[in-house]
Design a protein around this ligand. Structure first.
Ligand SMILES: Cc1cc2nc3c(=O)[nH]c(=O)nc-3n(C[C@H](O)[C@H](O)[C@H](O)COP(=O)(O)OP(=O)(O)OC[C@H]3O[C@@H](n4cnc5c(N)ncnc54)[C@H](O)[C@@H]3O)c2cc1C
Length: 548
């Protein structure tokens, strides 16, 4: 074979497509069973970071490469010697997101929902992190529609004999000849039918070894391996949480990072991770400890485990990392949203393709139901009725009683909670309020996209007409690995001394989406799938050029 690609997630599929397009023959190894292609991207919401798109312009959003670069650099906070390649990758990616990305995706048949979302809005003055404008473009068809064109191309190449696809092949080490990486060794895993996303057997029934002129690692991050997440947890975020939910399937276990490092590749920024603070237990789990992330609008009140309102700007959807850091100081791994029916139906979106059947199935009828229905999206209503973290009551004292019953100790004082809610309610009808969350709600509603579908009309939480009241217990949810194998701008894996490790390339999450961490400390969102597309493309092209 000319090249071996390890891992058939989005980055691996894109790299394979590029190798095939350059006329190379590829062996694609994947540890999971036969129907699975696309890895995490299949489950993803399909949100993509684009800069200065037609959709933004139609909604009156003024964006530019300069503006996005300023936002990205403030958000990333690059501050280490190791950040040279990550920063160069960030710059290259920003040019892609402001330039060719959209037309390239359209050539692949990928389109977008017309309303651009505003993720990570920051809530600081101009010097703080976050998106200063909306940039989150949801793919029409969500994650599966991002995967589909690349999967189709790979399957076609399999039929043409240009790609050999081997499932249940788990890479365990890389082999080298004269200092050049020339092959992959590993175990053939027991074959058994397993539904996509569920953990599969790790029992080995044989061994394999293959050789290739270029080896591309696209094995994903570590979010499904909580032990590794805790080991790498940085002290700046407080103690590692005892309890976490998994926002990714079990195959996101970090094995590719280990084998890349054992072969001589340098792993940088392992302490930079992107975990969410609005995780809820999936009432119908697919993978172990399966949690779903709420993509929240800004109106819910957010309290810590003891019932103290989180300080500004830790409001829903503002600054994931700052909120995670704040929760680390509270001594508890969970927090609470308190909201109304009016807020949940407008402001709760659940991340994941299976949680958005309207967008995933491209159903206009279901989409309209989401917008006009009194109960909000069906998957959200299902969580409200069946989810272990939801309690509902028209009366606040009763609600607090139910919230307390969900935890081992009754930590919430109904009187103190009522006082904080009443103080916020006293401000909510004043657009000039100095309550920073209220101020943010009015400011957000000046953006047409938010006013149309994302931010509820300002109202008092204790207004019975907006009720019932809802309490939601929120867990920390593991998701993305921001650090990874250090790579240069050709996706060549680098050694600790900065020299390329000949024969080895890496792309996607295992490479920190490029360079070993192009996001720095934090993300503007929608940049992970994009990072896989971009780095997979570069790795595939560079590996193809290296084959004689
Ligand atoms: C629910 C959910 C929602 C998301 N929403 C978004 C979003 O809206 N926008 C966004 O930008 N990002 C989103 N993401 C993140 C994004 O989907 C991932 O970061 C991205 O898909 C990672 O792709 P990858 O190809 O690098 O790795 P993966 O998708 O993890 O693929 C790696 C593949 O390699 C295989 N593999 C691993 N180790 C080995 C081994 N040793 N041998 C052989 N095979 C191996 C795995 O089985 C897997 O198939 C979301 C993720 C999830 C789970």
């Amino acid at each position: 074979m000319d090249a071996i690609v390890v891992g058939a997630g989005l980055a691996g599929l894109v790299a394979t497509c590029e190798l095939v397009a350059a006329g190379r023959r590829v062996l694609l190894l994947e540890q999971e069973p036969a129907p699975w292609l696309g890895g995490q991207a299949f489950w993803s919401f399909g949100g993509l970071f684009l800069v200065d798109s037609p959709a933004q312009r139609r909604l009156g959003v003024r964006d530019s490469l300069e503006r996005a670069t300023a936002d990205w650099m403030r958000t990333a906070g690059f501050d280490r010697d190791d950040d040279v390649w990550p920063r160069l990758w960030a710059e290259a990616y920003l040019h892609f997101a402001a330039g060719e990305k959209r037309s390239w995706l359209r050539q692949h048949g990928i389109g977008f929902f017309p309303i651009v979302g505003w993720a990570e809005r920051g809530g600081y003055e101009k010097t703080g992190p976050g998106n200063s404008v909306p940039r989150f473009h949801v793919t029409w068809g969500t994650g599966p529609a991002v995967v589909a064109p690349f999967e189709r191309r790979v399957r076609q190449a399999v039929d043409e004999g240009r790609v050999v696809l081997k499932f249940r092949h788990r890479a365990e080490s890389l082999t080298s000849t004269g200092g050049v990486i020339t092959g992959v060794r590993g175990s053939i895993l027991k074959d058994q039918p397993v539904e996509r996303g569920r953990p599969s057997s790790r029992v080995a029934v044989g061994q394999f070894e293959y050789r290739g002129q270029a080896i591309v690692l696209t094995t994903g991050g570590i979010g499904g391996n909580h032990e590794l997440v805790r080991q790498n947890w940085p002290s700046r975020l407080g103690p590692a949480p005892q309890e976490m939910l998994s926002g990714v399937p079990a195959h996101v276990d970090g094995s590719g990072l280990t084998l890349g490092q054992a072969a001589g590749g340098s792993v940088i920024n392992p302490d930079r991770m992107w975990h969410y603070v609005e995780g809820i237990e999936n009432w119908s789990p697919i993978w172990p400890r399966h949690g779903i992330r709420i993509l929240p609008g800004p109106s819910s009140m957010w309290f810590d485990a003891l019932g103290n309102r989180l300080p500004a700007p830790n409001f829903p959807g503002y600054d994931t990392l700052a909120t995670l850091q704040h929760l680390g100081t509270t001594g508890f791994d969970y927090s609470w949203f308190v909201l109304t029916q009016e807020i949940i139906k407008r402001e709760f979106a659940l991340s994941g393709s299976e949680q958005n059947p309207d967008l995933t199935n491209k159903s206009i009828a279901m989409l309209l139901q989401r917008i006009v229905s009194g109960s909000g999206p069906r998957p959200v209503e299902a969580f409200k009725q069946r989810g272990a973290d939801f309690v509902v009551d028209a009366d606040l004292d009763q609600l607090v009683k139910k919230m307390n019953a969900l935890t081992a100790e009754a930590r919430l004082d109904p009187v103190a909670l009522r006082a904080q809610i009443a103080a916020r309610d006293a401000e909510i009808l004043d657009p000039l309020s100095r309550d920073p969350q209220v101020h943010g709600i009015y400011a957000g509603r000046r953006y047409l996209g938010d006013r149309l579908i994302r931010i509820a009309r300002p109202h008092k939480l204790l207004d019975p007409n907006a009720g019932p009241l809802i309490g939601v217990r929120l867990h920390i949810l593991t998701r993305k690995t921001l650090g990874g194998l250090q790579t240069d701008l050709s996706s060549r894996v680098l050694r600790a001394d900065g020299s390329p490790l000949p024969g080895l390339y890496a792309a996607g999450e295992v490479a920190g989406f490029g360079g070993g961490g192009m996001h720095g400390y934090r993300s503007l969102e929608g940049s992970f799938l994009g990072g896989c597309l971009f780095s997979g493309r570069i790795a595939g092209r560079a590996a193809a050029a290296a084959v004689i």
